[in-house]
Design a protein around this ligand. Sequence first.
Ligand SMILES: [Zn+2]
Length: 261
Amino acid sequence: MILHVLGSCSGTEPMPGRHHTSVSLETGGKLYFLDAGENCSYTSYLLGIDQLRTDSIFISHTHMDHTGGLPELLWNLRKLCTLSPENEERLRGRTIRVFLPDLDVFDGVCKMLRGSEGNYETVFTLEPHLVEDGELLSSGLSVSAFHNYHLGTPAQGEPWRSFSFVLRAEGRQILYSGDFRDFSELLPHLGGSDLVLLETGHHRAFELCRELLHSGVPFGRVLFFHHGVEILRDFEGELALAREVLGDRVSFAGDGMRIEL
Ligand SMILES: [Zn+2]
């Protein structure tokens, strides 16, 4: 399984060398996206990642730093089909699943796509799915979602709007925090993760390292992503603080980073 960091920033103003949050996973000959911040399609294309293998896209919540690149990602799949008959054949009849916690946003994205070239007529089908607690996908890559409190508690009868994910494939497990409020939200789902992705847009990395250490739960490596302005102001200093707690198990994500699991 290969993880690519396509965008490592939280919802900051434009930052040199960094884009908003997105990660892709390659496993079993398929490609999956976790969040789709600005430029995720552009970055993955330039990294040489084969987007025609896209199987599913998972959006943790619909803030712009996680969805801004979604229309362009979907638009680019159609564009790639127009480049060669071989490309078109590879996507013909395929279904690409898009999981979001708010399907109104998917409708808006589709309206945008239809307003682009060719009424967004494609040889493949986009299939929207609502993200809810529990298993979202079980073939190839297994993906389970659990809600967090980043967007607060929904009103009576309203759905949860912000999620974290647990992903499993090839005997490996990844916890993807999305944006979250408190470490305790992640703790029940953390155990046995070979890689823990934790966001720093709302948290200090070294504090989360301490929580991880004191949790007593077994985990492998830790990758901090979704960087906020505070961490970007003193990237090396924050990394040093985190490594004082967990040593070389800790990395800070940068755009274009590749991790093999
Ligand atoms: Zn965010």
